[in-house]
Unconditional design. Structure first.
Lengths: 98, 998
């Protein structure tokens, strides 16, 4: 499997570490809603088809990617920074395209 | 000359004689021989005994698909079992032995199993051994009784127990075009692609490139096909961009057009060259793969089709043309298609008498009739072989009139005298790699074969027999087109090659089995008969996947290369369905056997990575016994002459508590946490507060996982307002780093913090004991180290022997102790200065054993207690759980199950019988050695405590603290250690910390 790291370009899967289901939403740190926490910590989607996943380029630049991978064919239809738009300004500063 | 070797012909070197042994008997062969061809040349017909029935078996094939002739090759003490004799190239001194026979191949006591054929039919194991236990010898318990005998009787070669000393390598390669297979199709594809300037890799699992061109006897572009192949190889070798890999099996097709291949580098050599690995694992990433993997000839299924001397037709032709060996001198053929006629003619030309060609088809083309005439063979059309005769070699066969449409036999059986029977049941394209790549094979009624579909996701192109295009003209034409297309060229394909070949229709008659009395084998290696397949159907197995598992058809080491299609055809007939409706099983990697060593490659043995601390050489030079902890090497003890390990660590720990000791702590994980939000970040990561920590101070911190269980602990030092140095346990460093990065990158990208692994930048030495401060005072310059300048958990900077150091006063041993950090390159320099300064004070160096002993005495936790199942409360670290702020795990840590009073909690144990305790031993309330029951916990760490003079341990025990002062027992049935213990606080030694605070 080839994964396209937004920094490093297409690299072999051996350089990456799977970091879990990308659909989990972490409750606010002070939240006491145990159901929400339970869903975040334990519930995972398990689709046969496109899946939103977090991967880390652990054997390279160590950035985290959010990618859509088909769990049946292993086809990767999109990859990007996991941090999404949160850090657009910082990325721009680092020379990336905003 | 050997009895079956021809005077001329073949591609062996008759001038080079090679000596080897098989089952202890000496034989000779020639350079270019395989073990199979050399033994066949010596008149050997018996190669092995079958899996279940121990029937005598000879060669079925001449290639990788061989199911019968499996041997064990010995190199010194190292044995490699289950290798096809057809794939073993002989070398001087080769030692091979046969398998699955006792006491000898020719006389095998288990051959009596043949008489019990009905009992050993499909499902034998399930029916006999599964199910409830009624009596002493029923069901599963019966299996346990019989297993030893069955395992010995049924099976393959014995694995060796000697360590494999060979080296294995891994190689990554990249190319535009990977060509798998080097027959006429593969060679043409490689040549076409290479001529376009593409980077090409071509793999061939046999020693020689050329495939069928080496033995087809055809003429290509005016030259013998073998010469054409050799010339093409020479042309390919002239390209800088081409890499040719002989003896290399492409065995796995993975995502992203990655092919796994195994190169057998030295298996064919008497002595490997210097530095050569035995096998090389190739991970080849190709833009386009050309699959030119050819096809397998199928056996016909009829009674006695497994007798030695019955062989695939092309194999007989190949032994004659490639190796100059006649498989027999009176040869009969049995076929449902035209290809066998070419084989008959080839063997006639090589010097054998062709006694008959038995063909199931009533009508034959004029071309086939003329080929038979040329071979001086009698044509027995509209007939089938119904029996074979002979023991360890074939003596004859019986034929009967056969109606192809109804499958019925009629008339009297007629005997034919022959010592070799060549059979051909049509051809199956070798579609394994395409199937692995996700392609679902499609049944082609003309070819009576599963053909590869059009590729979808993967970028592969098929060529030649792989596509069901069995003629050499088609192979070359398709190969060229595939090569051009793979190289991205759009030009017109080259002219049609000029090939002189025997004529023939590629479509066989749809006949797979002749139903007559006797055992007809479908899967030769696993002894699965046609009747077994029908039995499976009668017992309700309708899916091919279930059929496969119930009968074990296609599950042997050959993975059904011969048996797949005949098995499906027989199943389809039983079901009354056409073959495409029954479908086929999907092939999975590996295509053929892969050595485990090649998969491990550099991760094992002398190429395995190691991590050494900056002081490693000093430790070795000063008597340390090293201990491997993960990839790290750390001193275990610094033993004196004649000391046991226990004597050494007891001395080291005692001396540390009496005067001072020093230990290398460079392996601790170190992470620089820096930035304006570093304090806030640490508050979220640790259960306790770090934003309030003063610059120049350190604090012990605990991390939880998101689910509220304990994760890691360590001290973090505040070196500046925005600059923290976090330490982690040695084993968890990588996990903690990933944890921090994940939160910074994914969850809290707004925090202005960077984390950097600096483990390798610092050398660390911990010096502890009553004299530690005096030793530091004697060698540190630039700072005071007294209680005011360096209070507990304080940090100062100074120099030792002219080198800048950072010193933090903290303690793991429970003594007054200091961690001294310097740049990694100065580690030994500073260490030596500390050791020198400590000499007048009786300083000892100590290793992991003493370190562990002192931490157990203090009741500190490590990975043995933070085992992924314990909470902060279980470990009595709840005082570290801040109530002022949320942190990772804070929301989940108070769930009902995590605060239950009966949870396992950390306690100390003291052995009451003065005998050592064992890690992993259970703690029980009632001792019952005969029938151990009701564990209340287990030991996590144990030692002899020099400070207490007792054997002690840390343990996780139900109810924990409530049991302090009570008695329990250790129960360790595996090591037969039972005895009384007292449960006490985990803080055995200096519980109020007066020694550490000084």
């Amino acid at each position: 499997m080839l994964i396209t790291c937004p920094y490093c370009g297409p690299r072999d899967v051996i350089e990456f570490t799977y970091q879990g289901d990308g659909n989990r939403e972490r409750p606010q740190p002070a939240s006491q809603d145990l159901d929400a926490w339970n869903a975040y910590v334990y519930d995972r989607l398990n689709p046969a088809g496109d899946h939103n996943e977090i991967w880390q380029h652990s054997g390279g630049c160590r950035t985290h990617l959010r990618m859509v991978r088909n769990t049946v064919t292993h086809e990767i239809s999109s990859t990007g920074f996991a941090r999404g738009d949160h850090n657009a300004a910082a990325r721009h500063k680092a020379g990336g395209k905003s | 000359m050997s009895p079956r070797r021809t005077e001329t012909g073949g591609r062996i070197d008759r001038l080079r004689t090679i000596r080897f042994t098989f089952d202890g008997a000496p034989y000779t062969g020639h350079a270019g021989d395989t073990l199979a061809s050399a033994l066949l040349a010596n008149g050997v017909t018996l190669f092995g005994r079958s899996f279940k029935y121990h029937r005598p078996r000879g060669l079925l094939s001449a290639g990788v698909e061989e199911p019968n002739a499996l041997v064990t090759v010995l190199r010194g003490e190292v044995r490699e079992p289950n290798i096809a004799a057809t794939m073993v190239e002989i070398y001087d001194g080769l030692v091979a032995v046969s398998q699955n026979r006792f006491p000898s191949l020719a006389w095998d006591v288990n051959a009596v199993n043949q008489l019990g054929g009905k009992i050993l039919a499909a499902g034998f194991y399930y029916k006999t051994f599964m199910g409830p236990v009624f009596g002493p010898l029923k069901g599963t318990r019966f299996w346990m009784f019989c297993e030893h005998f069955i395992r010995r009787a049924a099976g393959l070669g014995k694995a060796g127990i000697a360590a494999d000393t060979s080296r294995y390598e891994r190689m990554n390669a990249f190319c535009d075009v990977l060509v798998v297979g080097s027959g006429p199709a593969g060679l043409s594809a490689a040549k076409a692609a290479a001529d376009q300037g593409a980077r090409v890799i071509m793999t061939e699992l046999e020693p020689r490139f050329g495939g069928s061109a080496n033995w087809s006897g055809e003429t290509i572009d005016g030259a013998p096909a073998a010469d054409w192949a050799a010339r093409t190889v020479t042309q390919l070798e002239g390209h800088d961009t081409v890499r040719l890999l002989p003896r290399t099996t492409a065995w796995g097709y993975y995502d992203g057009n990655t092919i796994a291949a195994l190169e057998r580098v030295t298996d064919h050599k008497e002595t490997p060259g210097k530095g050569e690995p035995r096998h090389r694992y190739w991970a080849i990433r190709a833009k386009t793969v050309v699959l030119a993997t050819g096809s397998f000839e199928r056996p016909l299924v009829f009674p006695g089709n497994d007798r030695p001397g019955v062989m695939l037709a092309h194999a007989g032709e190949r032994y004659a043309n490639d190796y100059g060996v006649l498989p027999g001198d009176r040869i009969a053929l049995f076929t449902n298609n035209d290809s066998a006629y070419r084989s008959a003619l080839a063997l006639k030309k090589a010097g054998a008498a062709i006694v008959a060609i038995v063909d199931v088809r009533p009508e034959l083309s004029a071309e086939m009739r003329s080929l038979a005439t040329e071979a001086e063979a009698e044509i027995v059309s509209g007939h089938a072989v119904v029996a074979t005769e002979g023991g360890k070699a074939l003596s004859g066969l019986k034929v009967q009139r056969f109606d192809m449409n109804s499958g019925t036999l009629s008339g009297d059986a007629r005997s034919i005298h022959a010592n070799c029977l060549l059979m051909s049941g049509g051809w199956s394209p070798t579609i394994h790699l395409a199937s692995q790549a996700g392609a679902r094979a499609e049944w082609n009624a003309d070819r009576q074969a599963f053909l590869p579909p059009k590729p979808t996701q993967q970028q592969w192109i098929g060529a030649g027999a792989f596509n069901g295009s069995f003629s050499t003209v088609e192979a070359i034409t398709e190969g060229r087109a595939a090569g051009l297309s793979a190289a991205g060229a759009t030009g017109a394909p080259a002219a049609v090659p000029d090939v002189e070949a025997t004529p023939g229709n590629p479509d066989p008659a749809p006949v797979f089995e002749i139903k007559a009395k006797g055992k007809s084998f479908v899967d030769f290696q696993h002894d699965v008969t046609a009747e077994d397949v029908r039995l499976a159907h009668r017992e309700g197995f309708v899916s091919v996947e279930h059929l496969k598992r119930y009968t074990t058809l296609g599950m042997a080491t050959d993975q059904g290369k011969n048996s797949n299609v005949p098995g499906l055809a027989i199943m389809a007939e039983a079901l009354g369905k056409p073959i495409p409706e029954v479908g086929t099983t999907r092939f999975r990697p590996p295509y053929s056997a892969v050595s485990i060593g090649s998969l491990a490659a550099e991760r094992f043995g002398d190429l395995k990575p190691e991590r050494l601390t900056p002081m490693h050489d000093w430790h070795l030079a000063n008597g340390a016994t090293m201990y491997s902890a993960g990839l790290w090497f750390r001193p275990m003890i610094y033993g004196l002459a004649g000391e046991t390990i226990e004597q050494a660590y007891v001395r080291e720990a005692r001396a540390t508590r009496e005067s001072a000791g020093i230990v290398d702590v460079s392996t601790l994980g170190k992470i620089a946490v820096q930035g304006p939000d570093a304090g806030e970040f640490l508050d979220r990561v640790y259960t306790n507060m770090f934003s309030t920590l003063a610059v120049g101070k350190a604090r012990y911190g605990l991390m939880l996982r998101e689910d509220g269980l304990a994760f890691d602990d360590g001290t973090t030092w505040r070196l500046g307002e925005q600059d923290f140095l976090m330490t982690t346990t040695t084993a968890n460093t990588g996990k903690v780093m990933q944890h921090l990065e994940y939160f910074l990158d994914v969850i809290w990208p707004e925090l202005k913090v960077t984390v950097t692994s600096v483990t390798d930048e610092w050398a660390g030495a911990a010096i502890g004991g009553p004299k530690a401060r005096a030793i530091l005072a004697a060698c540190v310059t630039g700072t005071a180290v007294d209680n005011t300048a360096l209070p507990f958990m304080g940090i100062v900077r100074g120099q030792i022997a002219g080198v800048p150091v950072m010193i933090c006063r903290l303690s793991f041993s429970g003594e007054m102790a200091f961690e001294v950090y310097s740049g990694a390159g100065y580690g030994t320099h500073v260490w030596e200065a500390l050791v020198e300064a400590g000499k007048p004070f009786g300083l000892v160096t100590y290793g992991l054993e003493a370190l562990g002993t002192m931490r157990i005495e203090k009741g500190h936790v490590t990975g043995a207690e933070i085992d992924g199942r314990t909470t902060a409360r279980d470990l009595h670290l709840d005082w570290m759980l801040s109530k002022k702020k949320p942190f990772i795990g804070s929301a989940m840590m108070d769930r009902e199950g995590l605060i239950a009073p009966e949870r396992l909690q950390l306690v100390g144990l003291v052995s009451l019988d003065n005998r050592p305790l064992n890690g992993g031993a259970h703690i029980v309330e009632e001792l019952d050695a005969a029938n151990p029951h009701d564990s209340i916990g287990h030991i996590t760490a144990c030692c002899y405590s020099p400070a207490l003079g007792k054997h002690i341990a840390l343990a996780l025990v139900e109810g924990g603290k409530a049991r302090h002062g009570t008695r329990a027992f250790v129960s360790d049935p595996l090591r037969k250690r039972f005895g009384p213990v007292e449960i006490v606080s985990n803080h055995f030694y200096d519980p109020d910390g007066s020694r550490m605070h000084g």
